[in-house]
Design a protein around this ligand. Structure first.
Ligand SMILES: *Cc1c(COP(=O)(O)O)cnc(C)c1O
Length: 386
C-alpha cells in the first residue's frame, strides 16, 4: 500500500471526479495534507492527542476460549476501546487537526447511522470547530439518539431529503455544501472514499491501527506476524489502516464485506462521490442501495485502494450474511465477554466459518480488527434475536 499515482489512482481505481469548482479545494487539501504528514510537529500533536484523549494505543487481546474452540489462534485489535467506541476517532482527529492547521473554522461531515457524525462532532468540540453533519432524513428518523448526541456535542445536524434519504444522499449534499465554502470549511469524509487525496489521507490517519498491531503481535506471537489479518469493509478505513501495518509481510489480508453490500464481491466498476471503484449498480449504471444488518456497512461502493488490492490479489475479499454476523456477535459475547459492533462481527463471522477449512487451516494465527463496540447495536440485536 503506497501512495497513489499523481492523479490519485490506485491501479485502475480512485481519481478525482468532482465538479470544476471543487478541484482547487482538493488540490489545496492534497498539498496541505502532504506538508502536515511530513511535519514531525504535526505528527507529534496527533500522536499526543490520540494518546491523551482517544486512549491509544488500544491493546491486542488474545481470545483464549474462542481460540481453543476453533483450533486457530485468534487475537483482537481492540478499536472498541478507543474514545467514542470505534476506530473512527483516529481519522476525525487527524482531519480536525489538519483543518485547524489550515485555518478552517468549520467542519462538514456526512453520516449514515451517525457514528462518523458523532466522532466528527466530538473532534469539533475538542478543537473548537463548528461542525455541520449531513444525514439522510430517513437516517435522522431511525437514529434519533445519535442525532441528539451530535447536538449535545454542539454540532448542527442537517436532514437531507433528496433521493433515498440515506448515506449516499447525505454525502452528495455535503459535497454540494462544500462548493464555495472551502476557504472556511473542511469536508471531513468518514472513510477511505471520495476524490484524491481522501482515500490516501484517511488510510494514513488509520495506519496507526496496523502499526500498533504489528508491534503488539510481535510480542504475542512466536512467528511475530500472524498468518491472517482480517477486518470488515464498509468504505474500507479500518481495513486499510490494519492492512497498512502488514502489507509488507507474509500475512494473508482478508476483507469481509456485508453480503448485502458486497461492492467488491458483486459490484462492477463505476464512479460515485468523486472516485472510481467497484459499486453496486444495475445494468444502466444506477447505483443500488446496500442492505446490511449493520448500518456502518450500508455503502454501495468501496474505497478504491481495496478495489486495487482485490484486483492485484494482495488482499482477498469475502462476505458474511446477516445471520452469520448475528451468530458471531453472540459467540464473541459468550466466549470472550466482548460486545462487538455488528460491523466488526462480519470479520469474526468469516473466521468462524473458515476456521478448520483450507481457507483458514487449523493451527493458523489470525489477527481480527474489532473495529467498534456493540453497545450501539444492543437494542437492534435484542429485536433480531427475538
Ligand atoms: C463505520 C464503521 C465501520 C465501517 O467503516 P470502514 O471505513 O469500512 O472501517 C466498521 N466498524 C465500525 C464499528 C464502524 O463504526
Amino acid at each position: 500500500m503506497t501512495a497513489p499515482a499523481s492523479d490519485g489512482r490506485f491501479g485502475a481505481f480512485g481519481g478525482r471526479y468532482v465538479p470544476e469548482a471543487l478541484i482547487p479545494a482538493c488540490r489545496t487539501l492534497e498539498r496541505e495534507f502532504a506538508q502536515a504528514w511530513a511535519d514531525p510537529g504535526f505528527r507529534a500533536t496527533l500522536s499526543r492527542t490520540l494518546r491523551l484523549y482517544a486512549g491509544r494505543p488500544t491493546p491486542v487481546t488474545p481470545a483464549t476460549r474462542l481460540s481453543a474452540e476453533l483450533g486457530v489462534t485468534v487475537l483482537f485489535k481492540r478499536e472498541d476501546l478507543a474514545h467514542t467506541g470505534s476506530h473512527k476517532i483516529n481519522n476525525v482527529l487527524g482531519q480536525a487537526l489538519l483543518a485547524q492547521r489550515m485555518g478552517r473554522t468549520q467542519m462538514l461531515a456526512e453520516t449514515g447511522a451517525g457514528q462518523h457524525g458523532v466522532a466528527a462532532a466530538t473532534a469539533g468540540a475538542l478543537l473548537g470547530l463548528d461542525v455541520t453533519v449531513f444525514m439522510g432524513a430517513k437516517d435522522v428518523e431511525r437514529q434519533q439518539l445519535n442525532v441528539f448526541r451530535m447536538e449535545l456535542l454542539g454540532a448542527t445536524v442537517v436532514p437531507v431529503t433528496s433521493g433515498g434519504q440515506t448515506l449516499a444522499d447525505a454525502t452528495s449534499e455535503a459535497f454540494r455544501h462544500w462548493v464555495g465554502r472551502s476557504e472556511t470549511a473542511h469536508y471531513c469524509i468518514g472513510s477511505t472514499l471520495g476524490p484524491h487525496p481522501y482515500p490516501l489521507m484517511v488510510r494514513e490517519f488509520q495506519r496507526v491501527i496496523g502499526e500498533e498491531a504489528r508491534a503488539q503481535c510481535s510480542e504475542l506471537l512466536p512467528a511475530a506476524v500472524p498468518d491472517f489479518v482480517v477486518a470488515c469493509v464498509g468504505g474500507g478505513s479500518n481495513a486499510a489502516g490494519t492492512f497498512a501495518g502488514f502489507v509488507d509481510t507474509s500475512a494473508r489480508l482478508v476483507g469481509v464485506e456485508a453480503a448485502g453490500g458486497a461492492a467488491i464481491g458483486r459490484g462492477s466498476p463505476g464512479i460515485l462521490h468523486g472516485f472510481e471503484s467497484y459499486l453496486l449498480q444495475d445494468g444502466d449504471g444506477q447505483v443500488l442501495e446496500a442492505h446490511s444488518v449493520s448500518a456502518g456497512l450500508d455503502y454501495p461502493g468501496v474505497g478504491p485502494e481495496h478495489a486495487h488490492l482485490a484486483d492485484s490479489g494482495r488482499a482477498t475479499y469475502v462476505s458474511a450474511t446477516d445471520d452469520e454476523v448475528l451468530a458471531a456477535l453472540v459467540k464473541l459475547a459468550r466466549t470472550e465477554g466482548l460486545l462487538g459492533a455488528l460491523e466488526s462481527c462480519h470479520a469474526l463471522a468469516w473466521v468462524l466459518r473458515a476456521a478448520g477449512t483450507s481457507e483458514l487451516p487449523t493451527g493458523s494465527t489470525v489477527l481480527v480488527t474489532l473495529s467498534g463496540r456493540g453497545d450501539k447495536d444492543a437494542a437492534q440485536v435484542r429485536e433480531l434475536l427475538k
